[in-house]
Design a binder for this molecule. Sequence first.
Ligand SMILES: Cc1cc2nc3c(=O)[nH]c(=O)nc-3n(C[C@H](O)[C@H](O)[C@H](O)COP(=O)(O)OP(=O)(O)OC[C@H]3O[C@@H](n4cnc5c(N)ncnc54)[C@H](O)[C@@H]3O)c2cc1C
Length: 313
Amino acid sequence: MTREKNRLDRPAAPGLEKTLGIRFDVLDDGFVRVVDYMGTDESIVQAARVSYGTGTKKVHEDRGLIRYLMRHRHTTPFEMCEIKLHVRVPMDCWRQWIRHRTANVNEYSTRYSEAIDAAQTTPSHAWRQQAAANRQGSGDFLDSETGEYLSGREKELQDVAREVYEERLSKGVAREQARKDLPLSTYTEAYWKIDLHNLFHFLSLRMDAHAQLEIRSYANTIGNEIVAKWCPIAWEAFVDYRLNALLLTRLDKEIIEQISQGNLDEANQIAADNGWLSTGKTGLKSNRERQELETKLTALGLSVPWKDDIHKP
Ligand SMILES: Cc1cc2nc3c(=O)[nH]c(=O)nc-3n(C[C@H](O)[C@H](O)[C@H](O)COP(=O)(O)OP(=O)(O)OC[C@H]3O[C@@H](n4cnc5c(N)ncnc54)[C@H](O)[C@@H]3O)c2cc1C
C-alpha cells in the first residue's frame, strides 16, 4: 500500500510523444529522429525546487522560474532532461558534430559493416562561393552552368569511389581498409544522447549563422522540430535569452553609450584608441571586433559612427 502511494508517474511531453521514432528529413538523404527522452519542463522546475516538491506552483510561475534559470545561467536543472536521437549525417558534417564532447555516442561501424551506400549530393543551384569576408564561410551561389558541371563531376567522383570500394570488398579486402577512399559525403548513422543543457550549447553554436549550412540544417531541425515540442518553456527561454540575445562587450557598451548621447567624436575616439580604425590605401582596414560591433549597431537600428578624419594614422 505504502509502496503504491509513493509510486511516481513519468513526466511526458505530449508534443514529442507524437513524433517518437518519426524521421525528420534533413539534406537529401539525412534524418533526425527521437528514440527516447527523459524529463520535461516539469523536471527542470522540480530540480530547481527540489526542497519544495512539485504541485504547489502555477504554470506561469514555472515559466518564470525556467526563464530566470536560463537568464542567470543556473544550468544544472536543465541537465535533468535527456534525449536520445538517431541521426543520419554525411561524414563531413558528422566530423563537426562529433566535436561536441558532452554527448554519448554510438556510431555505425564501417569496420564491422559495409559503408552505407548513400552520399550527399549537391543540386546544381546549391554550389556556394567562398565568402569574401569570412575565410570559413560561404557567399553567393555559383551560376547555373558552373553548378551543373560541378554536380556532374560530383556524381562521377562518388560513383567511382563507391565502385572502387565495392571492388576492394569483392576481392576480399577488409572493410576497415577498403573504406579509406570513400568521400566525406558518405552518410553515417549514430545514436546520440545528450542532456538539455549541453544540447542548448550545441544548438547555440550550430544554429548560429556562422555554422556551416549543412550542420545548421540539422541543428535547426533538432531545435525547431524536437526541442520546441519536448520542453516548450525552456526552448522559448533559450530562444529569447541565448539564441536571439545580443552580447555587448565592455567596449561595445562604452561606444554605444556615447552614440546614444550624441557624442560621436567620443565614440570614434574609443574605437581609435583601441586600434579599430586603422586605415590603409583603400580606407578602413578590416578589424573583426569593429565589424562585429557594426553588425550589432545595425541590429539595434543605430548608425555606424566612424568619421573619416579620425581614421588617419
Ligand atoms: C563556427 C565554428 C567554427 C569552428 N571552427 C573550428 C576550426 O576551425 N577548427 C577546429 O578544430 N574546431 C573548430 N570548431 C569547433 C569548436 O572549436 C569546438 O570544438 C566545438 O564547437 C565544440 O564546442 P565545445 O567544446 O564548446 O562543446 P562540447 O564539447 O559540447 O563541450 C561543451 C562545454 O563543456 C566544457 N568541456 C567539454 N570538454 C571539456 C574539456 N575536456 N575541458 C574543459 N572543458 C570541457 C566546455 O565548457 C565546453 O564549452 C568550430 C566550431 C564552430 C561552431
